[in-house]
Design a protein around this ligand. Sequence first.
Ligand code: F6R
Length: 242
Amino acid sequence: MDIIYASNPESVGQVAARLIAREILVKPDLVLGLATGSTPIPTYRYLVRLFGEGLISFAKVRTFNLDEYVGLSSTHSQSYAYFMNEHLWGKVDLPRCNADIPSGTAPDIQAECQRYETAIKNAGGIDLQILGLGPNGHIGFNEPSHDLAIRTHLVDLTEATINANARFFDNAGEVPRQAITMGVGTIMQARKILLIVTGDKKRDILQQSLFGPVIPEVPASILRFHPYLTVVTDINLTSACP
Ligand code: F6R
């Protein structure tokens, strides 16, 4: 595990974007796993800048998002498809048909989960997966639990996640109660993982994830078993839990 410290969320975004850009330069047809949420916004902004400066192209890149809310169409302003379009897809030369994300309005959710797994497999697997960290330790929408689902699946969001994400909606009542998410097995099969975490309020959960016991109650702790995990953060960590 490599931990790269940066001084603030903007610098974290710059560092993360450069790491992603390097992967695209080495492999122009990179299969890139994307995350939404507030943490990667600066990263996407710098990627768009690097594209604008002619340094990278997404023309051959394929992307797979971690998750999507059930019940929200891609045109809903709080859907993750809409978010991606606003922050990355719509601002670079990524062919829209190369950007995949679970459909939150699929009539058969189980079939949609299966379709997504097959699409990832057919793309040759994910080369680099970007992750944020939920305040409760979730990755994607793999919530703290007694066991973790391996593949893309339907998940009931916890009250903690609904409350944390209510900031994007008019009120908590509008936050969807379910989502489709990649499972931890799908995430762990990515060849490289880039975990981006900013803000002091995530200090304890990041500390537990990286240095506490590996337990399903802290889903991100499983990332420690990944052979190629890079963490970019503005949080100063102590190297072990007390
Ligand atoms: C988003 C996702 C989530 C977020 C996490 C952190 O696609 O999968 O796991 O990465 O909830 O969200 P922010 O960055 O808003 O704190």
